[in-house]
Ligand binder design. Structure first.
Ligand code: BGC
Length: 421
């Protein structure tokens, strides 16, 4: 039996409890997007196909959200569905997204909407891409359309999800679309994303001055351990992931969105001298790994506290934890996930009690889903997906998280759920 920590930590009354997903990873059949073509080219372990078919099964999944007792849900919109051809917006798909958002609102679930979660329409990828000078204008036109058509049903906007990941992987590492290894294009794309973001921030506020607009950062903890090249590299990683873009947009954020998963500790490995971004090898520099973890990530609950403190100090803004989760390959008895959530929430609470303005926690993810380059192997869901039958089965972590939420939040929730190691 796992050891449990007993405490009665309470979260603020208006704290947002949620789960997070993204369109491409759950909707299925987004064949008009650049990632689809990336899959067709054999660049991923598996193809996404119909994924979880959320597009048709959203009501079933919203029932699960209701049962879970969350008061908010983070989802994303697929740009390629909304604007399938350049400057041609799909009335049908906009109406369909409105139906999805209205369904959430009718259940008193706040909507946190990501406008770009790594996928772009094929026409945009072919003719422009974010390295093109017109990209900020084109992207903000799509966002303006979303604001006008769907804005009444959106509570919080996440304009870009972790943009430094696809920028790094797609423009330097060559492992994500568009597949470049080109620092000049990288820098142009970075500047255009910053420009696009600021435009969108203003566009949304023109119509909805009260709405909250920001981005999510992949804000893992980089230990600045040691001197010399490795210590320096840890510092560089942190700067690359957070400050490089963060400094460009810092006066245009209503909150800081944090996606926290693990500790990223750099080390030097002379056997991995090649650039292989997919496996996190950067000319011999690589990240320490936990072989027992499905994605080889090192879980480090205290890191979420460190990240929250650092972000608060740096930006002095409200903070949403927009993603936090654990990849597994097990079935319904996922005690590891229960431990993961509990231990991270304990550190979130510690940060709160020291005055960090944390406004919400969104667990990644509601459902097992398409994990990009890694296909369907890693499972992040509170709910297990049977990809053959599309049957959804809540795991033990689903009931544990439900209990944590309902007790707002008694972190010893899993004590009532029997699980053995
Ligand atoms: C991304 C998700 C992804 C998750 C787990 C996040 O960085 O936003 O799309 O599934 O990590 O790897």
């Amino acid at each position: 039996m796992k050891t449990k920590t007993k405490n009665n930590l309470k979260f603020p009354k208006d704290f947002l409890w949620g789960t997070a997903t993204s369109a491409y990873q759950i909707e299925g059949n987004n064949s008009n997007s650049d990632w689809w073509r990336w899959e067709e080219k054999g660049k991923t372990k598996e193809k996404s196909g119909r994924a979880c078919d959320y597009w048709h099964k959203f009501k079933e999944d919203h029932n699960l959200l209701e049962e879970l007792g969350v008061n908010s849900y983070r989802l994303s919109l697929e740009w390629a569905s909304i604007e399938p051809a350049e400057n041609c917006f799909s009335r049908e798909n906009l109406d369909y997204y409105r139906k999805i958002l209205k369904d959430l609102k009718s259940r008193k679930i706040k909507t946190v909407v990501t406008l770009w979660h790594w996928t772009s329409p094929l026409w945009f990828a072919d003719k422009y891409g974010f390295h093109h000078k017109k990209s900020s204008e084109i992207f903000s036109r799509y966002c303006q359309k979303v604001r006008d058509e769907l804005g009444d049903w959106i509570d919080i906007y996440v304009v870009f999800n972790e943009p430094m990941v696809p920028l790094g992987m797609g423009y330097l590492g060559g492992a994500f679309p568009p597949g470049y290894k080109n620092p000049f294009k990288f820098y142009r794309a970075l500047s255009n994303i910053a420009r696009a973001y600021i435009k969108v921030y203003e566009i949304i506020h023109q119509k909805y001055p009260q709405s909250q607009v920001g981005i999510s950062y992949l804000y893992n903890w980089y230990e600045e351990k040691g001197f010399g090249p490795v210590g320096l590299l840890n510092k560089i990683s942190q700067w690359f992931r957070i400050d490089l873009l963060g400094n460009k947009i810092k006066d245009h954020q209503d909150y800081i969105g944090i996606d926290y998963y693990r500790i990223g500790r750099m080390k030097f490995n002379r056997r991995r001298i090649k650039l292989d971004a997919k496996n996190q090898n950067y000319f011999g520099f690589t990240v320490e790994e936990d072989k027992k973890n499905v994605m080889k990530w090192i879980t480090y609950p205290e890191g979420i506290y460190k990240v929250l403190k650092e972000a608060q100090e740096k930006y002095k803004l409200p903070i949403y934890i927009l993603e936090n989760g654990l990849p597994t390959n097990i079935g319904l008895d996922d005690w590891q996930r229960i431990d993961f959530i509990e231990s991270h929430l304990k550190f979130v609470k510690k940060a709160l009690s020291e005055g960090v303005d944390v406004k919400g926690y969104f667990h990644w993810s509601l459902l097992d889903n398409y994990e990009w380059l890694y296909g369907y192997g890693p499972r992040f869901g509170l709910v297990e997906m049977n990809y053959k039958t599309l049957e959804r089965k809540p795991r033990k972590s689903f009931y544990a998280y439900k209990k944590m939420i309902s007790e707002n939040s008694n972190l010893s929730a899993s004590e009532s759920i029997m699980h053995t190691k």
